[in-house]
Design a protein around this ligand. Structure first.
Ligand code: COA
Length: 196
């Protein structure tokens, strides 16, 4: 447990607060309309598709976890039968990423969840979450869990709570800024200062 007060962060690193949330039983089923012009579909992702949607959804929020993986490691993850990938397509372009990971211990992790700017605030997030909850609880899981950090959308935490998730832990995460390691362009997420 860190003491109150200031803590050093080395140059080139960032620090975020991560909130872990969980759902231990399925919430009451909720009818949510399909947003106009949006198609929900499962994807068996190829490397290029995955890296493209991961960047288009996540660069604004400094997502980089999967950009660190080389082709072999990412391909192994994408082909893992315990993982399912979905998107929302509008006007012929994929505009969302949902990844469910059915873990060997019976937990299911909502590993990635997000929309591109084109769909944010259109009701598509609620629709995609409804699908995620349905798909996860179709299997005999113990719990559905996820985490969100202070670099994610400021809407995310309350959105997850309204979805039926309960926060159960918070942590500080320190990592290399992906704009300095070359994983993301230097001008990504300009609202988050580069600490060099
Ligand atoms: C977090 C995130 C998924 C939330 O999505 P969003 O676009 O704000 O969500 P929506 O617009 O679908 O929903 C917000 C609310 O407005 C309502 N709403 C907004 N526009 C609507 C519309 N046109 N029609 C119907 N409902 C609408 C939704 O029903 C929802 O209400 P509810 O939560 O009470 O059900 C989205 O901001 C996002 O992808 N952010 C970037 C990536 C990210 O931060 N991901 C989380 C990281 S863990």
């Amino acid at each position: 447990m860190p003491d109150n007060g200031f803590h050093d962060i080395p140059a080139g690193k960032f620090a975020v607060v991560v909130t872990h949330l969980e759902m231990r039983s399925p919430p009451p089923a909720r009818a949510v309309n399909v947003p106009e012009g949006v198609i929900f579909r499962q994807v068996l992702p190829k490397l290029d598709w995955y890296r493209d949607i991961f960047r288009r959804v996540g660069a604004e929020w400094l997502w980089f976890g999967r950009l660190k993986l080389d082709d072999a490691a990412l391909a192994a993850m994408l082909q893992d039968p315990a993982r399912q990938f979905y998107t929302l397509t509008r006007d012929g372009t994929d505009e969302a990423l949902l990844e469910l990971y059915f873990k060997p211990d019976g937990d299911c992790e909502l590993a990635y969840f997000g929309l591109t700017a084109k769909l944010i605030g259109s009701g598509a997030g609620r629709y995609l979450m409804n699908q995620a909850i349905r798909l996860a609880w179709e299997k005999p899981i113990n719990r559905l869990h996820l985490n969100t950090c202070t670099h994610d959308s400021p809407q995310a935490l309350e959105f997850y709570k309204r979805s039926g998730f309960t926060p159960y832990a918070r942590q500080i995460e320190v990592d290399d800024d992906p704009r300095l390691t070359g994983l993301l362009p230097r001008d990504a997420a300009p609202r988050i200062p580069l600490l060099t």
